[in-house]
Design a protein around this ligand. Structure first.
Ligand code: FAD
Length: 447
């Protein structure tokens, strides 16, 4: 990169924190005051709370992501991964999508690398499971469910049909329950298009190691969600662990054995292990520690000059909780921390005093499918269509950029007027297959 005349801020990761921090920085600092460089292998930020609706076909997948280049005008976007960070020398190594790694020097670094799925060494999981954190995974899940229904509709072997129509989800937190609720709702609705598949033929299974689901909304609403999902015929295995899933043969700790062609893993997240390539001090859970000003600190609380962090990859003090409490890995914090971090870093560069991050939880909303949901906010508990409406209203308000808000409203309006789209485009993942087969067919026939 070119020699610097102005301080360069390097933002690692363009998700919630990266996007909002860069926007806040650009708003406060002109191009002559700071250069902002964002590194991410994806060219977009993903609004993860909408992934279940994208998987269910209520929303067009492209509308739940925010393009970084268009949104972060005046910032440089590098498409690649950070593969090394020598903060002592203020240099990062970036490995682009194509070509050799190169080095980028900086004055301030923002680590906003988020989290990755927390997996366990369960036989078959790495080969067979599907995660649910990225838009590609939401599209793949939708195509898998509709594709298995297509396949089952023309199969008469009962064992194979049962295997194709059994969908297993592991993890009863937010992501797992919302994905399960939305996708089951879609699959039941899709049965109308198949004369050989009845809703009773579908088997949805949830495996959860604890004795409850949705701990985020509290015991009462979690219990309500549990009853609702049970009433829909979903097989909820609580206090149960997945022990093996080799080739789709599922074995659980309650002794159950069954075949399932689809397994979705949503059993928690951990800080992005990409932090291990940095020389920043990490806590026992692999996160960067920060103070309330969102500056990176060492184990003794000493500020590491020029390093800033927030979001799922950071241990940020929660000043509204008990002493020593940390903010949870939620979008609610990530958005606000991103903005706060950007503002504080701008203050630092302009020589102004920094402010502490403080945000009391606004509550929680979760969707369980069309017109179904639970919500808990400011002590008020809601369930059913009202909670579902609140879920949509809140996320509409929180979705970044007017462009995306309008597209989402149009998607929802279209879905009210017409039935949702039920086409499985599974061949997207192998677009050359047909051409390769055609080319192979060109071979001269042997006599
Ligand atoms: C399905 C689902 C539903 C959710 N629903 C809710 C909800 O309803 N409410 C709520 O509050 N929270 C919800 N969350 C949690 C919320 O989405 C996260 O807390 C939030 O995304 C964290 O923001 P972040 O910026 O820390 O990380 P992210 O938004 O994940 O951003 C991390 C970025 O780092 C990039 N990156 C990764 N590795 C590298 C690398 N080596 N180099 C460069 N860049 C890299 C990634 O591509 C990504 O863009 C949900 C999460 C999921 C998965």
């Amino acid at each position: 990169m070119t020699p610097r005349k102005v301080p360069r801020i390097l933002v690692l990761g363009g998700g919630y924190v990266g996007l909002y921090a860069a926007m806040a920085l650009r708003k406060r600092l002109g191009r002559r005051e700071a250069a902002i460089v964002v590194v991410d292998p994806r060219s977009y930020m993903t609004y993860q709370p909408f992934l279940p609706e994208a998987a269910a076909g209520n929303l067009e997948p492209r509308h739940v992501v925010v393009p970084l280049r268009r949104t972060l005008k005046g910032c440089t976007i590098l498409s690649g991964r950070v593969t090394r960070l020598e903060h002592a020398n203020r240099v990062a190594e970036v490995t682009p999508l194509e070509g050799e790694p190169y080095r980028v020097s900086y004055d301030h670094v923002v680590t906003s690398l988020g989290a990755v799925a927390r997996t366990l060494p369960i036989p078959g999981l790495a080969e067979f499971g599907l995660g649910f954190k990225q838009i590609e995974e939401a599209i793949a899940l939708r195509n898998a469910v509709l594709g298995k229904m297509e396949a089952a509709s023309s199969v008469w072997d009962p064992a194979l049909r049962r295997r194709l129509l059994t969908f297993t989800f592991v993890g009863g937190g937010f992501a797992g329950i919302e994905a399960l609720g939305e996708v089951e709702d879609m699959a039941r609705n899709a049965c109308k298009d198949f004369d050989s598949i009845r809703p009773e033929d579908l088997r949805f299974v949830l495996i959860e190691a604890m004795g409850r689901i949705l701990p985020e909304v509290g015991e009462e609403l979690g219990g309500y969600a549990l009853e609702q999902l049970r009433a829909r015929g979903i097989d909820l295995k609580l206090n149960t662990r997945l022990e093996s899933c080799v080739g789709g043969h599922i074995e659980t700790s309650d002794g159950d054995r069954f075949e399932s062609d689809t397994l979705v893993w949503t059993a928690g997240v951990k800080a992005n292990p990409a932090l291990n390539v940095t020389d920043l001090p990490l806590d026992e859970r692999g996160r960067v520690r920060t103070n309330a000003q969102l500056q990176v600190v060492d184990a003794d609380g000493q500020v590491i000059e020029g390093a800033w962090a927030a979001g799922d990859n950071a241990a940020v003090p929660d000043l509204t909780g008990e002493p020593g409490a940390l903010c949870g890995p939620t979008a609610q914090h990530a958005v606000r921390q991103g903005r706060h971090l950007g503002a504080n870093l701008a203050r630092h560069i302009l020589g102004e005093p920094l402010e502490e991050y403080r945000h009391a939880n606004l509550g929680t909303v979760a969707s369980l499918g069309l017109y179904k949901g639970v919500a808990q906010t400011f002590g008020i508990k809601l369930r059913g269509p009202l909670a579902w409406f609140m879920h949509r209203t809140y996320h509409m308000w929180a979705m970044p950029t007017l462009n995306r808000k309008v597209r989402i409203i149009l998607d929802w309006t279209t879905a009210l007027l017409f039935r949702r789209e039920m086409v499985a485009l599974g061949s997207f993942s192998s677009p050359r297959a047909e051409f390769v087969a055609a080319a192979a067919g060109d071979q001269p026939r042997h006599q």
